[in-house]
Design a protein around this ligand. Structure first.
Ligand code: ATP
Ligand code: MG
Length: 826
């Protein structure tokens, strides 16, 4: 059903004169309200008090969402409202689906008729399509994603002659988004804010809104701001919505921003039947404009509001609750609540320190498997019951790598899994064409990535030629180039690409590769195509060469979007993953096998997601890795928002711990690779705030996993100001002295120093060949450029006419006689 059909249906059903609920249905009476029996008295009160404003302000796991869902069922069951007269705002589309299902279960139908249950954005799109002309748009307006927005802003910035290097569009996008979060149209931006973006922010904002209108487009922020504007300027439209939406319900109210808040207030003004639920301790979207104050002033905004406080927690064990409560007690600006539970004590919250991020990932993988089998203290649990909640998405990769290598099924929520990411698929497509030149699917994927001037038409010609000659696309390209059928930029670029593929394929055929590069991740983005910089390579270095020479790496280096650094980082990780294989082919086979094994959706999987994304969810077993200063709490948050930022981080810790039902494990590592750099880490300050009585400090060695290094620096911690908890966790895992010394040095210096353990320069030279002398006319082999003939030679440099790569200057030390190519230690 299209949006428009849906509107018609909605209108027909919800118009003032619409047919009331059929008598036959009423006569059958309401279904027995089993959903009421499942509630405690306070929840029941919140469900049954259907008229007027209601606020459920309560801690995590107290059944707010459950009560909200029951209230919707009750509204329908008691015929207070039809499903399409209820407007229910959830935090994610997934939450909306779940709520629909639950209401459906309560009422014995599918819950599909809940048309107005969804996120703010999802609901606003539908509304705005109805009223678009009131803000100068047509009803078929397009919604721009962040990429489009930035492209548009870039054009405007350039047209103004502003230096984009100093004033990038990303920053302007942030400024405009923040204004929209406050529902500030250009006319409403206060003069105090007009100096943003070097004084040009407001003018650019005006131009941007004009451009959007010309394009018949809007961005995500507009969806709300436009609706607020319409409600404020058109009383008749607002009155119509008041008649339609008899009841308004909002989950996670503590995270609404000003625009969302205004939108809700305006909508609820008519009948005042608004029910909001939330928890001030779980407000974690301040960085996106959320105002925790909205929930705190609910009673003022809606005089006579009935406030329900829930205190019984049904989700977590007492130890988990105690740990969460102790951490959140560190915040000063809060209402404060007491939570209690009838659940059995269960296991204490577990705390463990690891040597580095890889070890942390290995340990968690083994723990997950052991819990899956059933442990001494816990009956076996499905992987579905387990989640790893990270502070930053870059933490996910260590887990993905580890789980892929041991075949532990997992899903990443909020982003594709590692091998499904665009840049990884692109890179692997290059590798696939190199190892198998007839892989047309892979060729099609990358022939114009980066841009080589190959449009749809050119690709069609290549495909036709391939069909006519029964050859792969790569070969067809070669034929068309030879026949002069490809012109312009495409001709130059494709010639280079075809030659490159030949050269790279040659390199794979020479022999097997042994590990000759051990710090390849450093070199990935260095330009190694300088003639006198040529090196002997293994398959790992070959992968780097392919990514460099194809222009793929530099495509992302030039890309100024916020995702680009992450993509470059992923490419480095990909190259790192090659270490475990003998050659590219072996690696590609491995990946396709895991991907195939993984395709079964019915398989049980462990969940990996961010703490932010985990709001409202619950899992029996939760792992909270990376509790380290700078990572969690996040340095950025603290730098940007000081004490306020720290308090938001602490609320995030509270959200994390309270996701756990039965087992919660917090961990940290002494060393972590962040964007390619090893950094030494200090245990995060929230560890210090955990209550000792409710925490068990684990020793990796005693669990039969982890490093088992000896510690030997027990007393040295006294000077570091660490809590005994931190010390015990560190010692239990046995960090060794160098790690400790680094920590000590950092602590003394006060600044974050970057350390690079296990790192040395690569030695790409072929031993014994450095002194070999070549004469003009000698046939040689060089790994990067393949076979060639020496034209001129000096002591250590050769001019070589390579068979495929043309004339190059190369170091003699990296060259062997052609008949010894097979001896090259690949
Ligand atoms: P959060 O603050 O994390 O969003 P919440 O307050 O919305 O939590 P719910 O998710 O609704 O809490 O409920 C937490 C768990 O407790 C769920 O598993 C729910 O089914 C259960 N629960 C809630 N109320 C009751 C009750 N009265 N009896 C039994 N179980 C309940
Ligand atoms: Mg909830």
């Amino acid at each position: 059903m299209s949006d428009f059909d849906e509107f018609d249906a909605f209108e027909a059903a919800a118009a003032p004169n619409a047919t009331p609920v059929p008598l036959s249905q009423r006569a059958m009476g309401a279904r027995p309200a089993t959903y009421l029996d499942e509630l405690n008295p306070a929840q029941r009160e919140a469900v049954e008090r259907l008229d007027g404003p209601v606020l459920m302000l309560a801690g995590a796991g107290t059944g707010k969402t459950k009560a909200l869902t029951a209230r919707i069922a009750h509204l329908i069951n008691t015929h207070r409202a039809r499903p399409d007269e209820i407007l229910a705002v959830t935090f994610t589309n997934k939450a909306a689906r779940e709520m629909k299902d639950r209401v459906g279960n309560y009422l014995g139908n599918g819950g599909d008729s809940m048309r107005w249950m969804g996120t703010f954005h999802a609901i606003c799109v539908k509304l705005l399509r109805r009223n678009a002309e009131l803000v100068g748009l047509k009803s078929n307006f397009t919604i721009l994603d962040m990429d489009d927005v930035k492209r548009l802003l870039k054009q405007l910035i350039e047209a103004e002659g502003i230096d984009r290097k100093r004033w990038p569009e990303r920053e302007l996008a942030g400024v405009i988004d923040a204004w929209k979060n406050r529902a500030w149209t250009p006319e409403k931006v206060p003069t105090s804010d007009a100096s943003a973006f070097n004084g040009k922010g407001l003018e650019l904002y005006k131009q941007y809104q004009r451009r959007l209108r010309e394009l018949n487009a809007c961005d995500f922020g507009d969806l709300l701001v436009h609706m607020v504007t319409i409600f404020q300027k058109h009383d008749d439209v607002l009155a119509q919505y008041h008649r339609w939406f008899k009841y308004v319900l909002v989950d996670e109210y503590q995270d609404t921003n000003v625009a969302q808040y205004l939108w809700l207030r305006l909508l609820a003004q008519g009948h005042k039947n608004i029910c909001c639920v939330g928890d001030d301790d779980q407000s974690i979207y301040g960085w996106r404009g959320a105002e925790v104050g909205n929930i705190l002033k609910f009673e003022k905004d809606f005089p006579g509001a009935h406030v329900v406080r829930l205190e019984q927690n049904y989700r977590s064990t007492p130890h988990i609750l105690a740990a969460a409560s102790a951490v959140i007690a560190g915040n000063s600006n809060r209402l404060g609540k007491t939570l209690w539970t009838e659940r059995e004590d269960g296991e204490k919250v577990r705390l463990i320190g690891h040597w580095d991020g890889d070890e942390e990932a290995r340990w968690i993988g083994e723990e997950a498997e052991s819990i899956q089998r059933g442990t001494r203290s816990m009956a076996s649990r499905s992987l579905e019951d387990m989640a790893i909640l990270v502070r930053a998405s870059h933490q996910m990769r260590a887990f993905e790598d580890r789980f892929l290598s041991i075949g532990l099924p997992y899903r990443v929520i909020g982003g594709p899994r590692f091998y499904e990411r665009m840049e990884i698929r692109d890179a692997m497509a290059y590798f696939r064409v190199v190892t198998s030149p007839e892989d047309d699917l892979a060729f099609e994927r990358i022939v114009n990535t980066p841009k080589r001037g190959v449009g749809d038409k050119a690709l069609q010609n290549i495909q036709i030629c391939a069909r006519e000659n029964s050859v792969p696309l790569l070969e067809a390209t070669r034929i068309l180039l030879r026949d002069g059928a490809i012109k312009g930029k495409a001709k130059t670029e494709l010639s280079k690409l075809v030659e490159s593929f030949e050269r790279w394929s040659d390199m794979t055929r020479v022999g097997r590769v042994s590990q000759v590069v051990d710090d390849h991740d450093d070199d990935l983005f260095e330009d190694i195509s300088e003639p006198d910089e040529t090196v002997q390579v293994g398959h790992i270095a070959l992968a780097e060469i392919i990514l460099d020479e194809s222009g793929y790496t530099s495509m992302w280096q030039k890309d100024k979007t916020p995702e680009a650094p992450g993509r470059l980082e992923n490419l480095k990780e990909l190259v790192k993953a090659l270490e475990n294989f003998d050659n590219l082919q072996g690696f590609l086979e491995h990946v396709s096998l895991i991907m195939e094994n993984d395709s079964s959706e019915s398989e049980e999987k462990l969940t990996i997601m961010t703490l932010h994304g985990a709001k409202g969810l619950e899992f029996p077993v939760v792992f909270l890795p990376g509790w380290e200063e700078g990572l969690f709490p996040s340095q950025r948050s603290m730098d940007e928002s000081g004490q306020k930022g720290l308090e938001e981080e602490r609320r995030l810790a509270y959200v994390g711990i309270t996701r756990s039902e039965a087992l919660c494990t917090i961990s940290f590592a002494g060393n972590r690779r962040v964007y390619g750099q090893w950094q030494s880490q200090l245990p995060g300050r929230f560890i210090d705030e955990l209550p000792e009585d409710h925490v068990e400090v684990l020793s990796a060695a005693s669990l039969g996993t982890g490093g088992g290094r000896s510690s030997g620096f027990d007393d040295d911690f006294s000077d570091l100001g660490m809590s005994s908890m931190q010390k015990r966790a560190i010692n239990a895992d046995g960090w060794d002295t160098p790690g400790f010394k680094r920590m000590q040095a950092r602590q003394a210096g006060g600044a974050r120093t970057s350390v690079t353990p296990k790192r040395k320069r690569s030695n790409l030279m072929v031993d014994g060949d450095a002194q070999e002398l070549f004469r003009p006319g000698d046939r040689i082999f060089q790994t990067k450029f393949g076979y060639g003939t020496v034209m001129e030679s000096s002591r250590d440099t050769l001019d070589v006419e390579f068979d495929k790569a043309g004339s190059k200057k190369v170091k003699a030390g990296f060259v062997v006689a052609a008949d010894r190519a097979g001896d090259v230690p690949f």
